[in-house]
Every structure is written in C-alpha cells, then in structure tokens.
Design a protein around this ligand. Structure first.
Ligand SMILES: Cc1cc2nc3c(=O)[nH]c(=O)nc-3n(C[C@H](O)[C@H](O)[C@H](O)COP(=O)(O)OP(=O)(O)OC[C@H]3O[C@@H](n4cnc5c(N)ncnc54)[C@H](O)[C@@H]3O)c2cc1C
Length: 299
C-alpha cells in the first residue's frame, strides 16, 4: 500500500462534516488530504447554476449565528469570521406556513413564537407554554454545550429538561397527538418538517425539537451563497498545507482488525498516518474535535 508520509490524516468526503474535521485538524498542525468524489467541494452545501440562475443544493438557512454562538465561535476560531458573512434572517418571520384556510408566520424567537401561538390557539395556552419551555431548555443546553458548560449548567439544564424525558423515545407525532389534538395547531407546530425531510410520524420528538431550536436561534444565510462556506474551509485547509482531491471517490476503507489502514481509490490504495471519515454531521465532528483533541477523531 502506498503511504504518503506527507499526510497525517485522510478525510473522506468534502461535505461540511469532512471539511469541518479537516479544517480543525489543519488548525492544530495536522496535514490533511480530503478525497471527494464530486467535482466541487461542499456536499449538500454546494450551489449549482442553471440558465444564469444560482441554486442552493440544499441549504436555505442555518441557525446559531448570533454573537458567541456556535458558528460565530467556529468561524472566529478558524479566522474566517470576516470571510463568511452571516446575513441574518427576518426575525419576525423566519418561516411562513401557508395552509388552505390560514397562514402562520413563525418568528425566529421562541418567546415570540409562544406569544403568537397562544394568541392564535388560546385553548392550548398551558401546553404551548410547556412546549416553549422545552424549546428554551434545549436552546440553553445546545448553546452551553458549545460554549462550555459551567457548574450551574450541569445542575440546572438537566433539571429544566426533566419534563421532556417522557418523550425521548416518542415520535413527534405521538407527542402532538397527546398534547395538541387540534389539527391546525399540529400543522403549525410541525411546519418545519420539510427541513428534516420526514413527516412528524417518522421523526423522534428530541430530534424535531433540537432542529427547530437550531433554526429559530439567530438564523442566518451565508453572504454570497452556501458555496462560500465550503470554499472558505477549503482555502484554510490548503493554506495549512492540506489538499482536497476532487473527482476521487473512495471505494473502500481498508482495515486490519479494528485498525483503519488506508483507503482504496480507483487507481490503488492510499494511506496516511491516520484516517478519519468525514461523513458524520458537522456538529458532531466539531464537538469531538474540539472537546477531546485530534487523536480522538482519528480512530
Ligand atoms: C434537501 C436538504 C435541505 C437542507 N437544508 C438545510 C438548511 O436549510 N439548513 C441546514 O443547516 N441544513 C440543511 N440541510 C442539512 C445539511 O445540508 C447537511 O446536514 C450537511 O450539509 C451534511 O454535511 P455532511 O458533510 O455530513 O454530508 P454531505 O453534505 O452529504 O457530504 C458528504 C460528502 O462526501 C462525499 N462522498 C460520499 N461518499 C464518498 C466516497 N466514497 N468518496 C469520496 N467522497 C465521498 C459526497 O460527495 C459529499 O460531498 C439540508 C439537507 C437536505 C438534504
């Protein structure tokens, strides 16, 4: 097997997961090579052009873009804060749900959402309140998770999440059926399901609540289009001595027992000093890399 001593780590795929891992590894001095099967980097976070128009392949808005939040910290850490402009979305209406007989404007603010829902569905005031409380607790948990938890967080966040524990194994639909039997209110409370790609009956309660919290917390869009993000990360990796090899599908991850030995490419095997797969979600990769250091990610 060909070993390229020049590289410390192989990353498979240049989606946001792979590029996040690769750029953080580069930041701590590792030499990374990224193999990408497509002709451009970014995975779902790419743009495409048709008849003079630019389209996003997937991304239409992103959460946690406020000062000190996840993306602010991530871009600052990599020195990309000015390179990736964050255009904030309209806080009064981040999503507009249009139904045959009514419309609902979803604000990018959990407290405001609570007020709007309580006004539109006064009979469900109590359940709406506990729903909003759950969203606020999840929001606090996610933000403190990335910011670093203090002692107070360790006690107070699990306590505030206690009322949600009975739903952790439930589908979001069964939660709605139990707490909000009104079909109109259910439609509003599940209005973001196209973002997830599955109807509420196929989504777990924790996942739906987590994703909605993410989208409602300082949503933003990358100035210049979603391709700006992978392009900026690629530039950082290259500046740090790394390489992105496009149109290079990895056919197989080669292992020996539990150890990863390298990757099989179209034209043969390739190995570096360590190998990590980039097909995990961006947040997961980032957390692992930041929290435990590089070695943890490699294996
Ligand atoms: C329709 C849709 C809409 C979305 N909208 C939003 C949104 O508005 N906001 C938001 O925050 N998130 C949104 N998402 C989610 C977001 O796009 C993804 O979570 C994120 O881009 C996933 O990144 P990833 O690196 O995990 O995977 P991917 O983006 O899938 O990247 C994987 C990469 O690996 C490459 N690859 C795979 N196999 C190989 C191989 N064998 N060899 C070499 N390369 C390989 C692929 O070509 C790809 O480039 C949306 C997703 C979809 C599908």
């Amino acid at each position: 097997m060909k070993t390229d001593a020049h590289y410390d780590v192989v990353v498979i795929g240049s989606g946001l997961g792979g590029l996040t891992a690769a750029s953080l590894l580069t930041k701590v001095g590792e030499k990374v090579i990224v193999f990408e099967q497509h002709h451009k980097p970014g995975g779902y976070c790419t743009t495409l052009h048709r008849k003079g128009f630019e389209f996003d392949a997937a991304i239409h808005y992103i959460g946690y873009g406020g000062e000190g939040q996840f993306f602010d910290r991530f871009f600052s850490y990599l020195g990309l804060k000015n390179e990736i402009g964050r255009v904030p979305l309209n806080r009064d209406c981040v999503d507009k749900f249009i139904f045959p007989d009514f419309e609902f404007y979803c604000p990018a603010d959990i407290l405001q959402l609570h007020q709007n829902l309580a006004q539109a569905f006064p009979h469900y005031h109590q359940s709406i309140k506990s729903h909003a409380r759950a969203l606020l607790s999840i929001d606090r948990m996610s933000n403190s998770f990335f910011r670093g938890m203090n002692l107070w967080d360790y006690f107070s966040i699990p306590l505030s999440l206690l009322p949600t524990t009975r739903w952790v194994r439930a589908s979001y639909q069964s939660y709605l059926d139990r707490k909000f039997p009104d079909p109109k209110l259910q439609a509003v409370l599940s209005g973001q399901w196209p973002n997830i790609g599955e109807p509420p009956s196929n989504i777990s309660y924790p996942f739906y609540m987590d994703i909605v919290t993410f989208f409602l917390s300082n949503p933003w869009y990358p100035r210049g289009g979603s391709q700006r993000m992978p392009d900026a990360l690629v530039k950082k990796i290259q500046e740090g001595g790394g390489e992105i090899r496009l149109k290079t599908p990895v056919k197989k991850i080669l292992t020996d027992g539990k150890a990863v030995k390298g990757v099989l490419l179209q034209n043969g095997c390739f190995s570096a000093k360590g190998t990590c797969s980039g097909s995990l979600s961006c947040r997961f990769q980032l957390w692992r890399t930041w929290d435990d250091g590089v070695d943890h990610v490699r294996h």
